[in-house]
Design a protein around this ligand. Structure first.
Ligand SMILES: [Zn+2]
Length: 253
């Protein structure tokens, strides 16, 4: 079973062929909302497609509108097994006050993750050191999605029990490939961040996880099927008590 631990299938880029792209291969897709509207959409998608697991969060890029949405977003988390998309984005947000607000909001998500026993799939564009500091003080399972940091920080995350997730952009990214080659296989996850982060500049789709698997297997010198099984079991460890969703989710709910 393929695992796409982070995608945005609710977006308009998939309106014409959502059914087809979600049934094109044997895959579990975690759909991450980025604000209140897309969080609701994420929950709706999971009711419609039995291989979609809903994730609810608030993307740090939208921090300016957080005050009007956060209470409702936090409430929605009660109904889903994964908290995402959350994190820090210092690439688009340069203002220090807003960056501080991002950290406050992320801390809220982390504390909810701890009390509800739910994993976080975290966005980091800059701010990785802060994220590492923050996750150290909560008892949560987590993955850094679309990891773009150094080998050193990656190994710190591994030490903290975290996972690192890689999209198909890895096919054209030597830096990420180098990180992967230095990581233990039981810390690696696959994602697509569809429709972004594809193997080329066209629309990315969940089944492209196949390409990532092939590339990582090549770098790690193991069989693709073996890696696929490993990543499925890594994903179950990330889910913890919610791991039964991986099998159950394929039968109609
Ligand atoms: Zn994303």
């Amino acid at each position: 079973m393929l695992i796409d631990v982070h995608a945005h299938i609710d977006v308009k880029e998939f309106d014409r062929d959502r059914d087809a792209i979600l049934s094109d291969c044997d895959i579990i897709v975690v759909n991450a909302g980025v604000d209140l509207n897309t969080d609701l959409e994420s929950v709706r998608l999971s009711r419609r497609y039995n291989n979609v697991i809903p994730a609810v969060g608030f993307h740090p890029e939208f921090i300016e509108k957080v005050d009007s949405e956060i209470e409702n977003v936090l409430r929605l988390i009660d109904d889903v097994p994964i908290i995402s998309e959350v994190g820090l984005d210092y690439f688009w947000i340069k203002d220090e006050t807003l960056r501080r607000r991002q950290r406050e909001v992320l801390a809220k998500f982390m504390s909810l993750a701890e009390t509800q026993g739910k994993p976080l799939v975290i966005h980091s564009r800059g701010g990785l050191r802060e994220i590492i500091d923050m996750v150290s003080s909560y008892k949560t399972r987590f993955a850094i999605h679309g990891y773009e940091g150094s080998v050193r920080d990656a190994l710190k995350i591994v030490d903290l029990g975290g996972f690192l997730s890689f999209p198909p952009i890895i096919l054209r990214d030597k830096g990420r490939l180098n990180v992967v080659s230095n990581l233990p296989e039981d810390s690696i996850l696959t994602e697509t961040d569809s429709p972004f982060m594809g193997p080329d500049r066209t629309r990315n789709v969940p089944c492209n996880v196949n390409l990532t698997l092939r590339k990582i297997a090549e770098v790690k010198r193991i069989e693709k099927e073996e890696l696929e099984k490993k990543i499925e079991s890594n994903f179950k460890r990330l889910l913890g008590p919610y791991s039964s969703l991986v099998g159950a989710n394929l039968t109609k709910r």
